[in-house]
Design a protein around this ligand. Structure first.
Ligand SMILES: [Zn+2]
Length: 237
C-alpha cells in the first residue's frame, strides 16, 4: 500500500466514523423506526402535548382550561397512572383529546432489555385499549430517550417515538410567564410542544396553557392532536 493511498484510506475511515458520530448526536437520528419532533407544514398548526398523567389534581383542571378554549391536545399517559385513575382517562378521551403511551412505569429505558421495553409499551397500550382507545396509539419515551434498543422495539411494533421541538421545561420554570415566553419564541408551523400534567405540581403549566392559547390564536395558530398533525404532511427532516 503506497503512502498516498494509506492517507486517503485513513481520511476515508475518519470521515465515515465522524459522520456516524455526528448522526448519532443529532436529536433527529434514530437507526430503526421513526422519530418525530415537528411536522413539515406551511400551515400555522401546532400540537400541545401533556406528559406524565393522568393526575388526580392537575389533569381535570387542565381539561377545564382546554375545554374553555375548545382546544384539543394529546396526553402521553403513564400506564400505572392509567390503572389508578381510569375515570380521568375516560374524561380525556370523551372530551376529544388524543391519548398516547408514555410507558408503564416511566423508568429510564437506557439499560433495560428489549423484552422489558416491549412490556412497558404493550402494557400501557392494553390499558388504553381497555379504556376505549381505538385509534393508533403513539409512543413517547420517558425522558425523551431514543437510542439503542428502543428504536428497534418501536419499529417492530410499527410505532413512532413522538418527541417535540419546543420544550419550555415547565417542570422547573419559576413562573408561567417563562413557559409562555419560551413557547411563543420557539414555536413555528408544525411544532410539537412538550408540557406536563403529572409527576409534580403543575399549577404553572395550567396557568401557562390558559395564557398561551389565546396568544397563539392571536398569531393565527390553531391546535391539533398529534394524529391530526401527522395526517397533514410528512415529518420535518
Ligand atoms: Zn415523562
Amino acid at each position: 500500500m503506497n503512502t498516498s493511498f494509506s492517507i486517503l484510506f485513513l481520511a476515508l475511515i475518519l470521515s465515515i466514523s465522524f459522520g456516524f458520530k455526528k448522526l448519532a448526536e443529532t436529536s433527529k437520528f434514530q437507526i430503526f423506526g421513526e422519530m418525530l419532533t415537528q411536522i413539515n407544514t406551511p400551515e400555522k398548526v401546532i400540537a400541545l402535548t401533556y406528559d406524565d398523567g393522568p393526575n388526580p389534581i392537575y389533569t381535570r383542571r387542565l381539561l377545564h382550561v382546554l375545554a374553555r378554549h375548545q382546544v384539543k391536545a394529546t396526553f402521553f399517559v403513564i400506564g400505572n397512572q392509567v390503572e389508578q385513575y381510569p375515570e380521568i382517562v375516560q374524561d380525556i378521551r370523551l372530551q376529544g383529546h388524543e391519548l398516547g403511551n408514555h410507558s408503564y412505569s416511566h423508568r429510564q429505558l437506557i439499560l433495560t432489555s428489549r423484552a422489558v421495553i416491549r412490556s412497558e409499551i404493550s402494557k400501557t397500550d392494553q390499558l388504553l385499549r381497555r379504556n376505549g382507545v381505538h385509534q393508533a396509539i403513539h409512543f413517547r419515551a420517558p425522558f425523551g430517550y431514543k437510542r439503542i434498543r428502543l428504536p428497534l422495539v418501536l419499529s417492530q411494533l410499527k410505532k413512532k417515538n413522538v418527541l417535540w421541538n419546543v420544550d419550555p421545561k415547565d417542570y422547573r420554570a419559576s413562573s408561567s410567564k417563562t413557559v409562555v415566553d419560551h413557547v411563543i419564541d420557539r414555536v413555528s408551523p408544525g411544532s410539537i410542544v412538550l408540557l406536563h400534567d403529572g409527576r409534580g405540581d403543575r399549577t404553572l403549566t395550567i396557568e401557562a396553557t390558559a395564557q398561551l392559547i389565546p396568544k397563539l390564536q392571536s398569531q393565527g395558530y390553531r391546535f391539533a392532536t398529534v394524529s391530526e398533525l401527522l395526517s397533514l404532511t410528512s415529518p420535518k427532516s
